[in-house]
Design a protein around this ligand. Structure first.
Ligand SMILES: CC(C)(COP(=O)(O)OP(=O)(O)OC[C@H]1O[C@@H](n2cnc3c(N)ncnc32)[C@H](O)[C@@H]1OP(=O)(O)O)[C@@H](O)C(=O)NCCC(=O)NCCS
Length: 151
């Protein structure tokens, strides 16, 4: 079970695995507002992976002009030595269950177009690419927006 003391470990994993970083207040807010979708994977009492999300009210990514609650995957990472063990898939599956608990009808995320591992993982969970965002990342890379219905 996640507790707030794990946030520093989550931040460390984020720093080592992804170029997009956030300040501690951002992690705290996501945890306090949406604890059901802030999930960690642990091995021997050490956090080795995490997913954090937020619930938003907005237009459906899949059906235009449909105002719904959406679960936005903000960040997901698993330490390199723990990859390929289905932890990423487990984290995302649990976050999807949490989104359902908040009444979200859809989940979506942005992913770098070059990030094959993440794109495949999300495809395995029923997400598909709905559009691309040009120059979405600070280094100029494009993002795919991937979405799926819940449940
Ligand atoms: C993306 C990431 C979270 C995947 O974590 P993981 O625990 O290794 O993934 P899983 O073992 O749960 O894999 C689930 C599925 O994803 C796909 N997958 C995972 N890694 C893959 C790779 N390197 N190449 C191709 N497909 C891959 C597989 O289809 C796998 O399904 P299978 O086990 O049924 O074959 C991990 O690589 C990571 O932390 N990357 C750096 C951070 C990142 O890119 N985060 C995503 C930002 S949107």
């Amino acid at each position: 079970m996640f507790n707030t003391a794990d946030i520093s470990q989550v931040m460390e994993i984020n720093r080592s695995c992804l170029p997009e970083h956030y300040n501690q207040a951002f992690y705290n807010i996501l945890y306090y507002r949406f604890p059901k979708t802030f999930v960690v994977a642990s091995a021997s009492d050490t956090v080795v992976g995490y997913i954090m999300c937020r619930i938003e009210l907005g237009l459906s990514e899949m059906r235009r002009f449909n105002l719904i609650k959406k679960g936005h995957v903000v960040s997901l990472a698993v330490l390199p030595e723990y990859r390929g063990k289905r932890l990423g898939k487990g984290l995302a599956s649990n976050a999807l269950k949490g989104m359902l608990g908040y009444g979200a009808k859809e989940s979506y995320l942005e992913v770098r177009v070059s990030n094959l591992a993440a794109v495949r993982l999300y495809e395995k969970l029923g997400f598909s690419v709905v559009k691309a965002k040009k120059n979405y990342y600070k280094d100029g890379e494009d993002a795919y927006v991937m979405a799926r219905k819940i449940p």
